[in-house]
Design a protein around this ligand. Structure first.
Ligand code: HPA
Length: 278
């Protein structure tokens, strides 16, 4: 088994070139990665340029119901953005390098700020289904790291991770939520490989480790972004109390709750964009 080269750093440049060609000189400043049930934000982008994954070298078609497969570039609240609708999850069997590929493409395009969203199970007892959580920090229990192997051009070998989620952006996100009159909690996101949901014993263990939410995404992207010096801010939609803390889990319910509170999260993100430093 060799992992060196499995990060496919070579796929970044051709995909970035393909996107740049479609953007014809426009440069996005902010990338927004949409999680389960949040795909609609891609439809709000003004003057949209839609780029299906099938047009991008190295991007396979995404599989999971509720996930699209396209990048949408344009403006939101006057900010040049590129929205990623459809993620590559490790539980689909994708290498961690592929999960991080879109973020590396954004970095190559000159994007400096990454806004990520995901669906997550809630571990904090006060987190009801529908709670929005700003991610303060994470615990990587995927046991995968997109930086492993050969150093990709422009990446740092040993990036500092003492502030993976930017302090200033988190303060702006809290302010944005207040302005949008949306309640926003803050906590630690624990990333797992999935695709099975956790057992109640695992959830009790993760609570003791300091996790407030569990999910199956986001962390590979944040690690790759930090290695490029991009600033990150991330939100979890708590779609359900985690295993053993509520009724049995279903992917269908996760998508439904994600859609129900997606509008609130979209308003927070739009408000945040209006306040982002240039
Ligand atoms: N566990 C892991 N991932 C999830 C959950 C969960 O309970 N809910 C939504 N994504």
């Amino acid at each position: 088994m060799t992992d060196v080269g499995s990060r496919e750093p070579g796929a970044v440049r051709p995909a970035a070139d393909a996107v740049a060609e479609r953007l014809a000189g426009r440069t996005p400043q902010v990338a927004i990665v949409l999680g389960s049930g949040l795909g609609f934000l891609g439809d709000d982008v003004e003057a949209p340029v839609r780029i299906p994954y099938r047009d991008l070298p190295g991007f396979p078609d995404p599989g999971v119901a509720g996930h699209k497969g396209e990048l949408v570039a344009g403006t939101l609240e006057g900010v040049p953005v590129i929205v990623q609708s459809g993620r590559f999850h490790l539980y689909e069997g994708h290498p961690v390098a592929l999960a991080a590929l879109p973020v590396r493409v954004f970095a190559a395009l000159g994007v400096h700020t990454l806004v990520l969203t995901n669906a997550a199970g809630g571990l904090r007892p006060t987190f009801a289904a529908g709670t929005l959580m700003l991610i303060a920090d994470h615990i990587n229990l995927m046991w995968r790291n997109p930086l492993r192997g050969q150093v990709a051009a422009g990446d740092e070998r040993f990036p500092d991770m003492s502030e993976p989620y930017d302090r200033e952006l988190r303060a702006l996100a809290r302010q944005a939520a207040r302005d949008a009159r949306v309640r926003l909690e803050e906590g630690v996101y624990c990333a797992l490989l999935g695709p099975s949901y956790e057992t109640p014993a695992e959830i009790r263990a993760y609570r003791r480790l300091g996790a407030d939410a569990v999910g199956m995404s986001t962390v590979p992207e944040v690690i790759a972004a930090r290695a490029r010096g991009m600033r990150c801010v991330a939100f979890s939609t708590i779609t359900n109390p985690a295993a053993g803390m509520g009724p049995p889990l279903s992917h269908h319910d996760v998508l439904e709750v994600g859609k129900r509170v997606g509008g609130d999260l979209a308003r927070v993100i739009r408000q945040l964009l209006r306040h982002l430093p240039a």
